[in-house]
Design a binder for this molecule. Structure first.
Ligand SMILES: [Mg+2]
Length: 266
């Protein structure tokens, strides 16, 4: 158990993370807003963060920073799996992978819909990655400990992958549930139906729920249900698509610092 004092001493001590994000952000053109800012007037007013009873976190590139580049490994493993599965050259497999990702929300969904692929061996294969680029994160652990309310993971990946990541970070004990792609019936975010299933299954009250995520468009259905949204910016331009919309209520380049600041305002 980490004491209150220790947690405060850890404080916003994530300069490397912040710097990486700032450097990464300099490579694209989404720097219009400061690190933490209210978004333009929302069509539905976001609930107060103080009254939040539940926190729904995305996993990849949210719970750990995009700069760890873990997705590059997943990406490569998807490509080789597709090449083997469909008998394609790697460059053809890559084109198909990207096309399905854009068209269906996940490459997996495209492969299932178009080729009748069994999702389980694919998911096990693509998530068998080297997790060493994700170091233990005591600052995140402390920030989660201070944050009042229930905490859940909502991911387009598998629960096994989420558990492996959380074990690396040292934060698994803070989360009461993982709602993964299997729980979602292999329908990925941002499919609105999946958000409704999440809310029902875990008895969430959307106006008292905050969702934190790096892919802007995945926050749209959450905001439509009445959740408060936090967009974690990264250097991935596709993650920023649609970020100017009023479904974005808070923006941060450094989620841990944002959580620390938010829990201090309690
Ligand atoms: Mg993500």
């Amino acid at each position: 158990m980490i004491s209150y004092f220790t947690r405060n001493m850890i404080g916003p001590a994530t300069p490397e993370r912040g710097l990486q994000h700032r450097l990464a952000d300099s490579t694209n053109d989404i720097m219009a807003r400061p690190t933490t800012s209210p978004a333009p007037a929302a069509s539905r007013r976001p609930g107060s963060l103080k009254n939040a009873e539940a926190w729904v976190f995305d996993l990849d590139n949210t719970l750990y920073p995009a700069s760890s580049n873990l997705f590059a490994q997943i990406d490569e493993r998807m490509r080789s799996y597709i090449a083997d599965f469909l008998g394609l050259e790697l460059d053809e497999a890559e084109r198909l992978q990207k096309r399905y990702f854009r068209q269906y929300g996940t490459t997996l969904r495209g492969l299932m819909n178009r080729h009748g692929m069994d999702p389980r061996p694919f998911l096990d294969h693509v998530h068998a990655v080297d997790l060493s680029p994700v170091p233990p994160d005591p600052a995140l652990e402390a920030a989660l400990a201070r944050l009042r309310g229930r905490k859940l993971i909502f991911t387009n990946a598998t629960a096994d992958h989420a558990e492996n990541i959380m074990a690396r970070l040292g934060v698994g004990h803070h989360f009461e549930a993982i709602f993964d792609i299997v729980a979602a019936g292999y329908l990925p975010k941002p499919e609105p139906k999946v958000y409704r299933t999440l809310v029902k299954r875990h008895r969430l009250d959307p106006p008292k729920t905050v969702m934190i995520e790096d892919i802007s468009r995945n926050l749209e259905p959450a905001a439509a249900l009445g959740m408060t949204t936090v967009w974690v910016r990264s250097a991935n331009p596709w993650a920023a698509e649609g970020a100017e919309g009023d479904h974005i209520h808070h923006v941060t380049d450094d989620m841990v610092a944002w959580l620390e600041e938010t829990s201090r305002q309690d």
